[in-house]
Design a binder for this molecule. Structure first.
Ligand SMILES: Nc1nc2c(c(=O)[nH]1)N[C@H]1C(S)=C(S)[C@@H](COP(=O)(O)O)O[C@H]1N2
Ligand SMILES: [Mo]
Length: 419
């Protein structure tokens, strides 16, 4: 996230970090000369005790990796905010969230998790690149330097926590005492703030670099070694490998390569993954003969399952897009929410509260604004791909709505309340 390579500062030694260069000891020539160039350079440095110095650890490499990391982070932040505000609409946006394109959230959350995973690789490379500077001595050389180190400390700590809490959330593992959503959200701001602070603190160096560049007086090493290229190629390969083996969890054409994604679209009851099973929610597995749909509003009513099935049914092809990154399309059919609300005498533009049979859990109750409530594709679904919903997918009835996070597609619905 270093914005640009600073010009040489302080003691302008070869590695630009105020540390004297160790003379390179002679390499054991015969063995090394047979190695391909990048390997030879790395091994040479390892043998000479200079693994963490040189071009792979200079400002230019740190900047190259930092820019990619900054880009991944920016996409991750924007898509993360989209996800957050779709789940917790701010007052000014309530009632006017977009319901199209129906796959909007699928795309944005797929990008969020993909760029988050890429950021893990890039962050590790970036930390490896700047590693020697993190422990430079003396730790503080003045106010600006102190501020810079403070911003780096905040940046490293928040960025590492942010990407790893995100990663563990995708496998639903929460080995910490704090709430994931609040912490992940708050850290996003801390990390973004530290990036801005970091850039601000480095502004003089960035300016000097661009001034020298436009004046044509920028001093860059005459030749760029194969080691830097290898590092960048290796980084690209690692990011590519992580992306190719996980993107299939939301990007169907790559589904066959989805080796590392914790959920696989197409795998699960009725060909669709499940996060919380009926058993885990304490529901079923029987046919639930006592189940009723209760609708509360100006003209409240109750329906049995056969009565609900006798109402006009609508078919919609819509994705389930989980916040954890997996998503899958399916054909749902059921009764339009707007028809159920109208029957309860709801005024036009009413929202609703949806309650599940589930007795606990964070997603037992969900509220839906008027934009989704009146959308013709928002259903109380009874069927999935032409079959009665399986218990794990929310039998007898579940919500399915366009362009909405999976957490809001409430399963095992039993109560609708007009708001
Ligand atoms: N009642 C209830 N509904 C729920 C959940 C839940 O835990 N309880 N999980 C949600 C989450 S996180 C997702 S991603 C979708 C997954 O739907 P599926 O299991 O049918 O694929 O259901 C949602 N509906
Ligand atoms: Mo989810």
């Amino acid at each position: 996230m270093t914005p640009d390579p600073p010009p040489p500062t302080d003691t302008p030694d070869a590695d630009g970090r105020g540390r004297p260069q160790l003379p390179a000891p002679p390499l054991p020539a015969p063995a090394l000369s047979r190695l391909p160039l990048p390997g030879r350079a790395l091994l040479g440095r390892l043998l000479s005790g200079r693994l963490f110095s040189g071009r792979l650890h200079d400002a230019r490499t740190a900047t190259a990796v930092g820019r990619l990391l900054g880009l991944a982070f920016a996409v991750c932040l924007v898509t993360g905010l989209i996800s957050h505000y779709l789940q917790h609409p701010p007052a000014w946006a309530a009632g006017s969230l977009p319901t199209r394109p129906v796959w909007g959230y699928r795309l944005s959350q797929g990008l969020h998790v993909a760029t988050g995973l890429a950021a893990i690789v890039l962050l590790l490379v970036k930390l490896w690149t700047v590693y020697p500077r993190l422990f430079a001595w003396p730790p503080v050389r003045g106010v600006r330097h102190g501020l810079e180190r403070l911003s780096v400390a905040a940046l490293v700590a928040s960025a590492v926590l942010e990407v790893f809490t995100g990663l563990l959330n995708t496998v639903q593992w929460y080995p910490w005492p704090f709430g994931f959503v609040e912490t992940h959200f708050a850290l996003a701001w801390v990390a973004s703030g530290s990036i801005l602070l970091h850039v601000a603190v480095k502004a003089p160096e960035i300016r000097a670099h661009w001034t020298a560049r436009s004046a044509g007086t920028l001093r860059l090493p005459a030749e760029d070694g194969p080691d830097r290229r290898s590092l960048l190629l290796g980084t690209a390969a690692a990011v590519g490998a992580v992306t190719l083996t996980t993107a299939g969890q939301s990007f169907t054409p790559l589904a066959a390569l989805d080796l590392l994604g914790p959920r696989h679209p197409g795998r699960g009851p009725q060909g669709l993954p499940v996060n919380k099973t009926a058993a885990a929610a304490g529901i079923g597995p029987g046919p639930l003969p006592d189940w009723r749909l209760e609708v509360r509003g100006p003209a409240p009513y109750t329906l049995t399952l056969p009565q609900l099935r006798a109402l006009p049914q609508t078919r919609a092809r819509l994705p389930i897009a989980c916040v954890e990154g997996w998503s899958a399309q399916a054909t749902w059919s059921g009764v339009r929410i707007r028809d159920l609300l109208a029957r309860a005498g709801a005024p036009p533009g009413a929202g609703l509260r949806v309650t599940s049979l589930e007795t606990g859990g964070a997603y037992r109750v969900m509220e839906m604004g008027r934009e989704h409530a009146r959308d013709p594709l928002t259903l109380l679904a009874l069927e999935l791909d032409g079959q009665v919903l399986s218990p794990d997918h929310g039998y007898p009835a579940r919500i399915i709505a366009p362009n909405r996070p999976g957490v809001l597609q409430t399963k095992w619905v039993t109560l609708l309340e007009v708001l």
